[in-house]
Design a protein around this ligand. Structure first.
Ligand SMILES: Nc1ncnc2c1ncn2[C@@H]1O[C@H](COP(=O)(O)OP(=O)(O)OP(=O)(O)O)[C@@H](O)[C@H]1O
Length: 198
């Protein structure tokens, strides 16, 4: 269970939110409303007030890398720190086996990052997060710009992760995606999460 308590950063918050194990909560809202600011605060990437806890263990009580391994943030545009895709995975052989589930060729593990399309990069970044086996995922528009078939694959991957107890905080501009996988949806407005009707 991922819990946000009095979380505040810039014009966002204070936000109180509890996401059960195996639950997905979506956040929609206008561009610039603060959705990414919220995700980054939960990931402890920027200074903030308030705290988050995972299964009762507070973010402020553990080293940031430990928190970020358990609560994995996948930005809309991921960073890459090596030329080759395989070098972004602890176990490239295991990662390769996951590629087809995201609509990627297994051979892509040996490609340079520069060869990937925008949507392929997005999926590789998500797979990397999945291989970290964290207990919570913070996803910033994980299916934006993907075709329908590929979106469905990504949804299946996320559903499978939820079935294993992972909590997901999903930022999306796609209300249909939110309806399908989120049990609760919010709209970021004036720095607050306003509940959306199912
Ligand atoms: N470090 C910062 N310092 C000052 N302002 C910031 C900082 N980071 C983000 N902002 C501002 O906060 C606002 C919210 O940005 P954010 O990226 O969270 O929007 P968003 O809701 O995710 O938008 P989009 O849907 O376009 O991705 C923006 O106006 C942005 O300029």
């Amino acid at each position: 269970m991922l819990e946000l308590s009095g979380l505040r950063r810039l014009h966002v918050g204070p936000v109180d939110l509890r996401i059960e194990s195996g639950e997905c909560v979506s956040v929609q809202g206008r561009s610039g409303s603060g959705k990414t600011v919220l995700l980054r605060a939960v990931a402890d990437l920027d200074p903030h007030e308030g705290d988050c806890a995972l299964d009762g263990a507070g973010c402020s009580a553990m080293p940031a890398p430990t928190w970020r391994k358990r609560v994995t943030y996948v930005p809309a545009d991921s960073g890459w720190w090596a030329d080759r895709i395989r070098d972004h995975f602890g176990d490239p052989v295991q990662a390769r086996s996951l590629f087809p589930a995201a609509g990627l060729s297994p051979e892509a593990i040996d490609w340079p990052v520069s060869r990937l399309s925008t949507g392929e990069r997005q999926r590789v970044a998500l797979l990397r997060a999945l291989t970290l086996e964290g207990r919570a995922l913070l996803l910033d528009e994980p299916t934006s710009g993907l075709d329908l078939e590929t979106r469905e694959r990504i949804e299946s991957l996320l559903q499978a992760r939820m079935a294993r107890g992972c909590s997901i905080l999903l930022v999306t501009h796609d209300p249909e995606l939110a309806r399908r996988i989120a049990s609760r949806s919010f709209r970021m407005e004036a720095g607050q999460l306003r509940p959306l009707e199912p």
